[in-house]
Design a protein around this ligand. Sequence first.
Ligand SMILES: Cc1cc2nc3c(=O)[nH]c(=O)nc-3n(C[C@H](O)[C@H](O)[C@H](O)COP(=O)(O)O)c2cc1C
Length: 321
Amino acid sequence: MQILDFDSKVFLAPMAGITDYPMRRLVSSFGGGNIVSEMVAINALSRKNAKTWRIADVRAEPYKVVVQLVGGEPELFADAARFAAELGAHSLDINMGCPVKKIVGNNSGSYLMKDMALAEKIIRAVVGATPLKVSVKFRKGWDASHVNAVEFARMCEEAGAAYLSVHGRTRAEFYSGAADWDIIAAVKQAVKIPVVGNGDVTSPQKAAEMLEYTGADGVMVGRAALGNPWLIAQIHNYLEHGRIEPEVSRELVKQTLLTHIKELTDYYGEKTALSLSRKYVCWYCKNMREARRFREAYVRLTDFAAALAEINRYFDNCNEE
Ligand SMILES: Cc1cc2nc3c(=O)[nH]c(=O)nc-3n(C[C@H](O)[C@H](O)[C@H](O)COP(=O)(O)O)c2cc1C
């Protein structure tokens, strides 16, 4: 089933602190795949907090960006939805899956799976606030004794959601263990709107396997895209054209890492970019020789030019394992 007007079945998952403007631009530059923003706090957006406002502002992006909202109050959600629409969102997603204590404690994220009445009010408020389509991202349930994804999905559909993204883990599991694809299949069976499956997709073949196994209409990829921004396009090309892309060369990894750092610099400035680059360096070098020693040296560097020189030196002198 076609998912809204998206051109792809593949979604880059929303990841706080990761799927920012630089990462979205980079992933989109390889083509194929739909992009979801980091979660945007509705109370800060409604207050027009400058930092949050900037996170939600996707007007400069030529591709479709789903803007994800997180919070716990229907009225604030409606205000935030209107602002996100003004700021260029293609569509809106409601975060009902985040397991983090601070979020859950605010009646937000996966807490909403425990309070279906509030979740429903929120969905109706967001759907009614703008003409944009609204999706909901949620989990298998709160914990092993409260698995309610199917019932929850039916409520979302009834409340006006246009499609659903389901992460096959409970809140209690956070990100551990294997994702349960059976629950994704059960949700798909239970609703008429499109369903996007999420959890443990790490390769084009795994994406095809998940679609086949669950019957889902789309697939969402999170952690496997860290340090691997080509993966979304690779999955798209495999699903659409059966094409397996050649392995990414070390030179391309280096150039992409440097481009990523340049994008971070343009967006956040050198100081923040250097600090953020530390996690990206770790991810991009995951499978390379002497990576540990390089990472340990890299995280200690405090000079931006020296850091770039160190990346060049490392990549130009090491062989992949
Ligand atoms: C660092 C990080 C940040 C995340 N931030 C968000 C978020 O802002 N909103 C959300 O709905 N899910 C968030 N998630 C969950 C992912 O979207 C996804 O559901 C989860 O990683 C499972 O997919 P995967 O197995 O492909 O990684 C985050 C996950 C990670 C690892």
